[in-house]
Design a binder for this molecule. Structure first.
Ligand code: HEC
Ligand code: HEC
Ligand code: HEC
Ligand code: HEC
Ligand code: HEC
Ligand code: HEC
Ligand code: HEC
Length: 457
């Protein structure tokens, strides 16, 4: 790899770290802490005969971290390693894993997924399947996710020539092959998160444990990159996916055991209608039984709720970082969100990042919001993909404003008619990420604090 390529590679890595920076806890800190602890542990047990250490090949040693119950594969030089939630198999074949005891008895409260609604709400479903909500997670199938699986774009090198990754389609299964020295392992890509607006991160099952893969996809450059917060030469496949992460990206999953063991078959992927309308099972059963019934039963119509309750439907996932106070997936529209979520203070700023932006707090600061009954659906129709459709959003402004009332209309005339957004809701950088590298580490998103933005002039 040339110096320039390495530089570009590092640049990408930094960009994605920012774009996909995950919440609620910083993966950088979490991963760094774990690995430092493991390296220390390994150092101190290195020369001791123990069942937690075995040799994989002439150069590679596998060591178990009893505390985290993960395995580390290294050459004894801990700056390059592979971290796995199971003992590294010598033959490169992915181990299937076991089921854990079912200690969590929560059952699906009636989430069916959006496709069931199509039976009677065809038009609404047709528009909905194009939205980022519907597309934000799903089962990985060949052709169903972004990224290259053969040719030069299908690999990811690291700054250590001994460690590299290759994405490929092995008999209709998409895998990431991690190669370290003379050892390799095919890790399946089972579930994707992200509609690929900025990127996609893949998850995989080992038994009924759900983990994040090391390699992610970055849309801007159409390339594979290491997952956000990860080190270049530390291949982490042991990062657990908690339900607090899934809560914003899927409709429902039934957990077996903390932190990351699930009933795999219970997963309803994508964000379906039901996260805004409530579980649909009873509604569907009722209307199938009484097809003549024209008045809806057993489903939540958001416009019957109070303004605050309507806002909280969206705030489930669009009000910055939070701590869960109740079981994941237990909030139903109409309930009080504060009984389920505790906001994490630092995210209430103007922060604009994929996982730090807080549209509710920002829009609440606007005169428009304070002096009207505006909700999120004043501008957003959740049943259609409206991304980039400035005209539609401008129409929303015109519901309450006249073009002539804009201080710039005399000067700019027709030029402002189609686009109020660029001046009054400009793209904002992440205020929480100032300092070195701020430009790389920030994602531009629309600032929902509607106002006259002086500095844009
Ligand atoms: C077997 C037919 C059927 C299925 C399947 C069905 N619905 Fe309905 N739904 C109806 C009927 C009938 C109405 C009342 C007439 C109308 O508003 O279209 C209705 C109305 C609604 C309303 C409007 C409520 C109101 O008070 O205005 C919502 C929201 C709704 N359904 C959501 C869903 C969701 C979400 C699903 C999938 C989980 C779903 N429906 C599946 C038949 C069905
Ligand atoms: C509080 C809700 C919330 C949580 C928790 C959350 N996300 Fe997100 N995530 C979002 C939102 C909202 C966006 C999109 C913001 C935007 O419009 O660009 C997003 C964006 C993403 C994207 C980029 C999507 C794209 O299309 O570019 C990925 C990938 C992603 N999240 C993965 C994860 C993973 C993995 C976790 C858990 C470790 C997680 N998220 C936790 C709300 C959440
Ligand atoms: C992100 C939240 C969200 C999702 C997802 C969503 N809806 Fe809605 N839906 C709403 C809101 C909010 C309203 C209330 C009307 C409004 O404010 O636009 C609504 C209104 C409706 C209505 C009543 C329309 C009327 O005339 O009042 C029906 C029927 C409906 N949705 C069905 C569905 C179906 C079917 C799906 C999935 C295919 C779906 N919705 C997905 C938020 C959502
Ligand atoms: C269960 C969590 C959840 C709920 C509830 C939810 N959203 Fe989202 N929303 C997301 C996630 C996650 C994304 C990012 C999807 C992606 O790009 O992968 C998103 C993306 C969006 C986008 C960007 C769409 C695009 O094309 O880029 C808008 C706008 C949006 N949501 C508005 C709303 C509104 C309005 C409501 C309430 C009516 C709402 N959301 C409810 C999780 C949610
Ligand atoms: C639901 C009604 C409603 C909508 C929709 C709406 N506004 Fe407003 N807006 C108001 C009200 C009410 C005020 C305060 C009184 C006034 O200035 O007219 C206001 C004030 C403003 C102000 C002056 C703010 C200040 O701090 O002095 C601007 C600029 C503005 N709106 C722009 C917009 C733009 C741009 C949009 C579309 C993105 C929009 N508004 C959408 C109702 C609305
Ligand atoms: C006055 C109009 C208006 C209202 C009200 C509004 N939004 Fe937006 N929102 C926009 C515009 C304009 C965009 C940029 C969309 C685009 O260009 O695709 C946007 C984008 C978004 C995005 C995509 C990420 C980004 O920032 O680009 C999310 C998520 C979102 N809005 C959520 C919400 C939520 C949640 C609410 C309610 C708390 C809300 N919005 C209220 C106008 C509005
Ligand atoms: C080229 C940038 C630009 C565009 C486009 C633009 N505005 Fe403005 N708008 C401004 C500026 C600058 C001011 C403040 C003017 C002043 O103080 O004299 C303003 C002021 C306003 C105000 C506040 C008036 C007051 O005195 O309270 C409203 C309301 C408004 N704009 C609405 C809109 C609407 C609606 C649109 C879209 C049809 C729009 N603007 C498009 C730049 C713009």
């Amino acid at each position: 790899m040339s110096g320039k390529n390495i530089f570009l590679g590092l640049l990408l890595v930094a960009i994605v770290a920012a774009i996909l920076t995950l919440r609620p806890e910083s993966p950088d800190a979490e991963i760094a802490r774990n690995l430092a602890r493991k390296a220390n542990l390994a150092e101190s047990t290195r020369n001791i005969e123990s069942p937690g250490i075995f040799r994989i090949s002439d150069s590679l040693i596998a060591e178990r971290d009893a505390v985290g119950d993960t395995w580390m594969l290294s050459q004894g030089n801990y700056s390059t390693l592979v971290d796995l939630p199971f003992p590294p198999p010598r033959d490169g074949v992915f181990p299937i894993g076991e089921s854990v005891d079912d200690t969590d008895q929560r059952s699906n409260p009636g989430y069916l997924g959006a496709d069931v609604c199509a039976e009677c709400h065809r038009d609404r479903h047709k528009g909905f399947v194009e939205t980022a909500h519907h597309l934000t997670s799903g089962r990985v199938v060949p052709g169903g996710i972004h990224g290259h699986f053969d040719g030069p774009g299908s690999g990811l090198a690291t700054s250590d020539a001994a460690l590299s990754f290759k994405m490929s389609n092995l008999e209709d299964r998409l895998v990431q092959t991690v190669s370290y020295d003379d050892w390799h392992l095919d890790i399946p890509m089972d579930v994707f998160t992200g509609s690929a607006k900025s990127g996609q991160t893949m998850l995989y099952w080992h038994g009924d444990g759900l983990y994040q893969t090391h390699v992610s996809y970055l849309t801007k450059v159409d390339s594979w990159i290491k997952s956000p917060g990860y080190d270049d030469t530390v291949a982490v496949y042991s990062r657990v996916i908690r339900d607090s992460c899934l809560e914003c990206h899927i409709t429902f999953i039934k957990r077996k055991q903390a932190p990351n063991f699930y009933h795999r078959d219970s997963a309803v992927l994508g964000i379906s209608c039901e996260r805004c309308h409530g579980p649909g099972e009873t509604h569907v059963q009722y209307h199938r039984k009484f097809p003549e019934e024209k008045t809806s039963k057993h489903i939540i119509q958001p416009s019957d709720l109070t303004r605050q309750q309507q806002l909280e439907i969206c705030a489930q996932c669009h009000s910055g970082s939070f701590k869960l106070l109740s079981d994941a997936f237990s909030f139903v529209p109409g309930q009080k969100l504060s009984d389920h979520h505790k906001a994490i203070e630092s995210s209430a700023s103007g922060a604009s990042g994929v996982h730090t932006s807080n549209q509710l707090t920002r829009i609440s600061m606007s005169e428009c919001f304070q002096q009207s009954e505006m909700t999120c659906t004043t501008c957003h129709n959740p049943h259609e993909n409206q991304r980039g459709n400035t005209k539609v959003f401008t129409q929303a402004c015109i519901q309450c404003h006249q073009v002539e009332h804009c201080g710039m209309s005399a000067e700019l005339g027709n030029k402002i008619v189609d686009d109020c957004i660029r001046c009054h809701m400009p793209l904002a950088k992440n205020a929480d990420m100032q300092g070195a590298g701020a430009d790389l580490l920030s994602v531009e998103m629309v600032d929902h604090y509607i106002r006259v933005v002086k500095e844009e002039l």
